[in-house]
Design a protein around this ligand. Structure first.
Ligand SMILES: [Ca+2]
Length: 199
């Protein structure tokens, strides 16, 4: 007996899942990536295989985005951006943080759409998860981009804003991998609309 179950998502006609190059496996910013990178230190790459520098593999595949950190003795701010149609509206990702015990630093992670801040969280010791990948809802909460779910193309950016980094000797670090657009759980409308049983 073969059983085929077909589930339809009624909340939206769009399919949820990984965004274009959301696992950053296309390569470095100027070498095939669908993302555009902005950094204060162009000589230091943004999309990396973290196994070498961090000692831990990417969440998925080989590459991840390395936001923040110290490069050329400067605590850097950097970001990755891509134009996309936002649907469904909940942005999720996996992250690993490295936050030093130095008190004299201030860093923020931001999600911006068309330059507008959609989410902003200050990084702290609770984000020091070195060795463990965490889901975005852990500590960053639900990031719902509903105002931009209108069928038009928007510029989505994931940003590290290192405001102060103790003279460049320490800085907050964040690896980000596997960005998805999902249906917000609170409004998820999944139902068994079709059930077929084949014999
Ligand atoms: Ca990856």
């Amino acid at each position: 007996m073969r059983v085929l179950i077909v589930l339809l998502m009624l909340a939206s006609a769009a399919s949820a899942g990984l965004v274009n190059d959301g696992s950053f496996e296309n390569g470095e910013c100027d070498a095939g990536s669908a993302w555009t990178c902005f950094t204060e230190t162009p000589e230091c790459v943004t999309i990396v295989d973290p196994l070498g520098s961090w000692g831990f593999p990417a969440y998925d595949g080989v590459n991840a985005v390395w936001l923040g950190g110290v490069c050329e003795n400067v605590g850097i701010s950097n970001q990755v951006c891509q134009d996309m149609i936002i649907s469904p509206s909940q942005l999720t990702f996996w992250w690993m943080g490295a936050y030093t015990l130095e008190a004299e630093q201030e860093a923020w992670i931001e999600v911006r759409v068309d330059g507008v801040i959609a989410h902003r969280s200050q990084l702290g010791l609770e984000h020091h998860t070195l060795g463990t990948w965490a889901y975005s809802e852990d500590l960053f909460g639900l990031i719902d981009l509903l105002p931009w779910e209108d069928g038009a193309s928007h510029t989505l950016c994931i940003i590290m804003d290192n405001l102060y980094s103790n003279n460049g000797s320490t800085a907050a670090n964040l690896l980000v991998d596997y960005l998805e657009l999902n249906h917000p759980v609170a409004t998820q409308g999944m139902s068994f609309s079709t059930l077929k049983v084949l014999y």
